[in-house]
Design a protein around this ligand. Structure first.
Ligand code: GCU
Length: 678
């Protein structure tokens, strides 16, 4: 059969070792379900999945009796009502599940309906990977907020989306046909994502029209059976631009009343709406600063409106001035988030979560964690990650992102000189916050592959898995995903593993090294090399490269002071050039091209070598992929091959553009005589 990729990792393809699974129960018992409830969906998913994977047709009983041999799926409450005691009940946290496949019965018990569905997907994932040995365990989420953000515009386009038009909006309105939204919710549920913000953070107030609120209701209805709650991005100026008021001042009672009213209208149609996402006073967007109100005043206005409904306000920390002057050595966009937010710590209402991009700038190929994570102790926070690889090849390049995310999540920021890993800050654990988690900017579209590239789906898969359990290893998640997506062939697994695990380093090598950022065109496309575009403008993604030297001096002693925004133990490491890791050298220090790295090479020679090495690695992906011909269906084989051939060529464009740019600028020859010999 043709494989267009639409079912992603939920293919339920037959497993070769199916006969090893001897004790498959005879029926499925879904406890206390109503049509369209997550437990009902779980029952159907189990039926469909087992049919595909094991070729067995099981009946579903919405029954109250456990047969002699059955798969029981339901909530703790329903289970107790039917079968009495359930010892593990106390171990389950919100959205968590218990799975036991020991003996004649399989038990999948969720703390709530959503948890039961997650457990069903977990069981199916085990079967689909041929993991048949009996297990009993409880799985709980690391954090309550596990959301995706979709930057869809009302006209049907998607900002930084690389997979075709929106399936949420068209021509200014929510679409009529919500089938694909439901299919997406199914994928999200299988990786335990529980919330989705469907419109662009650069939001359009017309989303709030009566017709669109009705549309939001339809979308929420389509996704609710999968336990995925809908959220929306708001435009701060809506009371004025859409509501007809003469102000959008958050402390003006008429503005407050306007938001309360519109919020009540939305919740009337979508009673379980997850909440709001707000980008304010950033990149030209309106916000409270216009009226000399604080960002907290702005956030709390939405918090008051959503609180009675149980809603959450995700307030973005991506606030900075995009007209800063490069001639001032001390200016630094990387300082902005802490400068804007540090005095507001503790001033946000309890249902506000500050959503922080993982690094201080903007999803570059390598950044240190944002220092804001360790600055806010009395504020709930979430990490914003980008699954859509805006600066990382836009899905025309293979870049498996999990290793980068893990690097940030596992980073110990040493707040108050205590263990303070980013993952434990955003979960709420470190600073004892009630809320927290992650938001992944995904930007799926109507393309059958969802992201525009088959191999990029490992990023969406591992995003959800890490949001649930950040301790998982990148390679382990990757291989689960490969088995589910492409099957069991050893060579297929090894090859895609090797390509994916080498991909981030390759991309970093041929784009921007040593923490200088991606060096892509930052003014228009964010695609392809344009090192000159970083400097000479107000965006603040500067490299400060001249004929002799390069890098941002972010030290306290001589630079922008950014290193000092980190807790002392970390600040010391970054302040000192000796202890700063090479891969962040130019992020924190301004040095001569002839500066010697710990590797013994000069900065400029490292640039040359890394670019040649990265492009050489990208060349190897083509024959590696070609070696899988015949082991993968033709459609996916040829679609991936097309991408890999493009990447191989484009990596050479990158290599030459960047190497020659710095060769010209510095006048320092490449010792290997590649760059200056063209
Ligand atoms: C990046 C991206 C924009 C986006 C912005 C944001 O700058 O290029 O398209 O709007 O981030 O996250 O708000």
């Amino acid at each position: 059969a043709a494989e267009d990729g639409a079912s992603a990792w939920l293919r339920y393809a037959p497993v070769p070792q199916a006969s090893n699974y001897r004790s498959l129960p005879l029926s499925i018992v879904a406890l206390n379900t109503t049509t369209s409830s997550p437990v009902h969906i779980a029952g159907k998913e189990l039926q469909e999945g087992i049919k595909g994977i094991l070729g067995k047709e099981l009946s579903i009983a919405d029954g109250t009796k456990r047969g002699s041999s059955s798969i029981v799926v339901g909530t703790i409450d329903a289970y107790k009502k039917t079968f009495g005691d359930f010892e593990e009940a106390d171990d389950l946290e919100e959205d968590g599940f218990f799975l036991s496949t020991v003996g004649q019965n399989v038990r999948i018990i969720g703390q709530n309906q959503r948890g039961a569905l997650y457990g069903a997907f977990e069981y199916l994932s085990r079967l689909a990977q041929g993991k048949f040995s009996p297990v009993t365990y409880v799985s709980n989420p690391h954090a309550p907020i596990r959301w995706v953000n979709e930057w869809n515009n009302m006209d049907g386009s998607i900002e930084r989306g690389y997979a075709g038009p929106s399936f949420f909006f068209k021509n200014g309105f929510v679409v009529e046909n919500v089938t694909r939204a439901a299919e997406y919710a199914r994928l999200l549920a299988s990786i335990r994502v529980n919330g989705i913000v469907i419109n662009n953070v650069n939001a359009n107030a017309t989303l709030l029209s009566a017709r669109n609120i009705e549309g939001l209701g339809r979308l929420a209805d389509a996704m609710r059976p999968y336990g995925v709650q809908l959220g929306i991005s708001l435009n701060f100026a809506s009371p004025q631009t859409f509501g007809g008021l003469n102000t959008f001042d958050p402390l003006d009672p008429s503005v407050d009343a306007w938001w309360t009213n519109i919020t009540n209208q939305i919740y009337k149609r979508v009673p379980d709406m997850a909440g709001y996402l707000v980008k304010a006073n950033s990149e030209g967007q309106p916000g409270p600063l216009t009226y000399n109100r604080t960002l907290a005043d702005g956030a709390n206005m939405f918090a008051r409106a959503t609180k009675p409904h149980g809603g959450v306000v995700m307030f973005r920390a991506f606030v900075y001035d995009n007209h800063i002057n490069e001639s001032n050595w001390k200016n630094d966009r990387a300082n902005a988030a802490v400068e804007f937010f540090k005095n507001l710590d503790g001033r946000f209402d309890d249902n506000v979560v500050v959503q922080i991009k993982f690094g201080p700038i903007d999803f570059q190929v390598r950044e240190p964690p944002s220092p804001l994570f360790s600055t806010l102790h009395n504020t709930s926070t979430a990490i914003e990650l980008q699954v859509t690889p805006e600066y990382l090849g836009q899905n025309c390049h293979l870049v498996y992102l999990s290793p980068q995310w893990k690097e940030i999540l596992e980073f110990d920021l040493r707040a108050d000189d205590k263990p303070s890993k980013v993952k434990d800050i955003i979960s709420g654990e470190r600073f004892k916050r009630p809320l927290g988690g992650s938001a992944g900017v995904v930007n799926v579209g109507t393309n059958a592959t969802w992201l525009g590239s088959h191999l990029a789906m490992s990023n969406l898969y591992s995003y959800g898995r890490l949001a649930w359990d950040p301790s998982l290893e990148s390679e382990q998640m990757l291989q689960d995903w490969i088995r589910l997506t492409f099957g069991f062939d050893r060579k297929v697994i090894d090859t895609i593993t090797e390509m994916s695990m080498k991909s981030r380093a390759a991309y970093e090598n041929y784009s921007g090294n040593l923490g200088i950022q991606t060096l892509t065109d930052i003014l228009y496309t964010h695609f392809g090399p344009n090192p000159a575009s970083q400097d000479g403008n107000g965006w603040g993604q500067w490299t400060r490269a001249d004929g002799f030297s390069i890098g941002m001096d972010r030290t306290v002693k001589n630079g922008t002071g950014n290193a000092g925004q980190y807790p002392p133990a970390v600040a010391r490491v970054f302040e000192n050039i000796e202890t700063t890791p090479d891969n962040l050298l130019l992020w924190f220090h301004h040095v001569n091209y002839t500066h010697l790295l710990k590797s013994g090479k000069t900065v400029i020679q490292h640039f040359y070598d890394a670019h040649y090495e990265g492009a050489a690695t990208a060349q190897t992906f083509v024959p590696m992929w070609e070696s899988l011909k015949g082991k993968i269906d033709n459609q996916r084989y040829s679609e991936v091959l097309f991408r890999q051939v493009f990447q191989a060529g484009h990596s050479i464009v990158w290599r030459d553009a960047i190497s020659r740019f710095y060769n010209n600028l510095s006048g320092i020859p490449d010792q290997a005589k590649r760059v200056n010999n063209y």
